[in-house]
Ligand binder design. Structure first.
Ligand code: FES
Ligand code: FES
Length: 159
């Protein structure tokens, strides 16, 4: 089988993978051990496979790995640092927004991207950012509350 070299950064580390031209980003990331990238519907419906590509959420089941050449990929594994959960992870836990956790990595990454471009979102904007994620356990209220609470706490800290 023909393979090609893929050069990219994953979670700020330069990586080189050998891939088949038709490999999906979801498959390559999981093959390389990024198991926080979840395999759900594989049709772009559930959001479980979400990663950030140059800071923007994408469904990695719909992206060829080769499209990530020279680009920056971020997975949920990048969020906790030095054994400390990311504030979004803390907020999700504090608000009971995690049950089985299958949807959680994707939701956290979409929330992170939202707060990076809009640190003070309205509830409507948070709901819109989360719209591509299906959760079979908690519903959606708690995740939205968690994101709004973190945004409010950060706003308070800035003032
Ligand atoms: S696995 Fe990619 S959107 Fe469901
Ligand atoms: S916490 Fe189980 S699918 Fe969302």
């Amino acid at each position: 089988m023909k393979t090609i070299e893929l050069n990219l950064t994953v979670n700020n580390h330069a990586r080189t993978f050998r891939i088949a031209p038709g490999d999906l980003l979801l498959d390559v990331l999981r093959r390389e051990g990024y198991f926080g990238v979840k395999r759900g519907c594989e049709t772009g419906e559930c959001g479980a496979c979400t990663v950030l590509l140059d800071g923007k959420p994408v469904n990695s089941c719909l992206v060829f790995a080769a499209q990530a050449e020279g680009r920056a990929v971020e997975t949920v594994e990048a969020l906790a640092q030095n054994g400390q959960l990311h504030p979004l992870q803390e907020a999700f836990l504090d608000h009971g927004a995690v049950q089985c956790g299958f949807c959680t990595p994707g939701m956290l990454l979409s929330a992170k991207a939202l707060l990076a471009r809009n640190p003070d979102p309205t509830e409507e904007q948070v709901r819109e950012a989360m719209a591509g994620h299906l959760c079979r356990c908690t519903g959606y209220k708690k995740q939205v509350e968690a994101v709004l609470a973190l945004a409010a706490a950060r706003k308070e800290a800035r003032s």
